[in-house]
Design a protein around this ligand. Sequence first.
Ligand SMILES: [Zn+2]
Length: 279
Amino acid sequence: MPELPEVETVARGLSPVLVGARLTRVEARRPDLRYPLPVDFVQHLTGARVLALTRRAKYLLAPLDRGRTLLMHLGMTGRFEIAEAAGDPGSAPAKHAHVLIETERGTRITFFDTRRFGFMDLIDDEALAAHPRLAGLGPEPLGEAFDAAYLGRAFSGRRQNVKTLLLDQRVVAGLGNIYVCEALFRAGISPVRAAGAVSRRRLAVLVEAVRGVLVEAMAAGGSTLRDFAAADGQLGYFQHSFQVYGRAGGPCARPACGGVVRRLVQGGRSSFYCPVCQK
Ligand SMILES: [Zn+2]
């Protein structure tokens, strides 16, 4: 499942081909993804110019010159492919290629989604900030507003465990299970610790750990992205090496620790952690 680093990487990959470009041909090959597409989806996008492409949490936002913003979410298996629009004009589009967008620059962007948990919507610009998907989201984990002082306020008096609160999109936007597990490991904080009981000093370590795992994943994804783009224009996924995620029963990655990675379920999600060095 794409998490924040993947979505950010997709945004960076799509920006050069979309931002400033007019969309010359749009094809929705089915009426719905996870949710129905707007009835005027193709009509509104065709001829529109893309003004920007940004990420908020795991949403991609492309404001258009027509007063609406295209919101896109990759779901579990969504991915984009960038190709020359002139290529393979006669061949039938591939399976699971649900949305095709061609620009005046001769580029074709194809959205594939095998399981169709992704979605796209068109939202009036003036309604964007108050939109249910975007209103109430916490600060971006890579933004300046996310710091130890902020986390201290957000966690103050909370008896819920720190893992569950970090996954709460109202506390911090866009963090998923994998990177929360990795950040807690890096910070040496147990996922079962009550959030309100984590000291300010350790919250500062946690903030840096969150930023670190995301930035490193993006750096890895960036290099993978370049390789992919050179090969076949694929955008969407890359392989990471995780220190605790998915490693239950294996040795702790800290050489001197000697602990064994454990898995437990919190709020219906698997947590992976080292009970020796995460306190
Ligand atoms: Zn350990």
